[in-house]
Design a protein around this ligand. Structure first.
Ligand code: HEC
Length: 161
């Protein structure tokens, strides 16, 4: 009786391993994934094509800006920008980094906040940020340790540039 049980278990285990993966081998699966994957963009222009659906990587998910610009928030944002960003950014021309003027016509609000709050991961994993790092000769965007609230204020300031 005991031996019979052992045999049944052994047969069941064999059946389970033989059918594992639903009949598709691991090699088949990775081949399929490679075929479905579009190649990474190799230029900034290419990466920017889908900017309107690119929210970046970080703590902020897609959100809509209110129609009205909040003047108090703008003032706060300007103060923060002048103190922590002007070492590398000039408002309306390229410097160590790009100019923020007009940024809302090429980046989503969430992308901008994620770039401010999580630049290290952004330049490693986000298509646009990766290409920016190349364009700016590998000098990285610095994490200035802003809070989410401060980054939101800077974004409001950017709306006025
Ligand atoms: C040490 C220099 C440095 C400082 C300080 C810095 N940045 Fe940057 N920033 C860069 C560089 C360089 C880039 C271009 C991307 C890259 O190379 O990683 C960049 C990119 C950006 C971008 C993306 C611009 C675009 O056109 O897509 C935003 C937004 C930005 N920075 C905001 C800020 C804000 C806000 C601050 C201050 C809190 C700041 N940066 C401080 C160097 C800096």
């Amino acid at each position: 009786m005991k031996n019979e049980n052992v045999l049944i278990v052994a047969v069941l285990l064999l059946a389970m391993t033989a059918c594992g993966g639903g009949g598709q081998s691991q090699a088949d699966k990775s081949k399929e994934q490679a075929a479905n994957k579009t190649p990474d963009p190799t230029t900034l222009e290419e990466a920017e094509k889908n900017w309107q659906s690119d929210y970046g990587i970080g703590p902020v998910s897609s959100f809509e800006l209110p129609a009205e610009v909040d003047a108090d928030l703008v003032a706060k944002g300007m103060e923060i920008f002048d103190a922590k960003c002007t070492a590398c950014h000039k408002v309306d021309k390229q410097f160590i980094g790009p100019e923020p003027k007009g940024i809302l016509t090429r980046r989503t609000p969430a992308w901008i906040m994620n770039m401010i709050l999580n630049p290290d991961e952004m330049v490693q994993k986000n298509h646009i940020a990766k290409q920016l790092l190349i364009k700016f000769n590998g000098s990285p965007m610095a994490n200035q340790n802003l809070t989410e609230e401060e980054a939101r204020a800077v974004l409001e300031y950017f709306r006025t540039l």
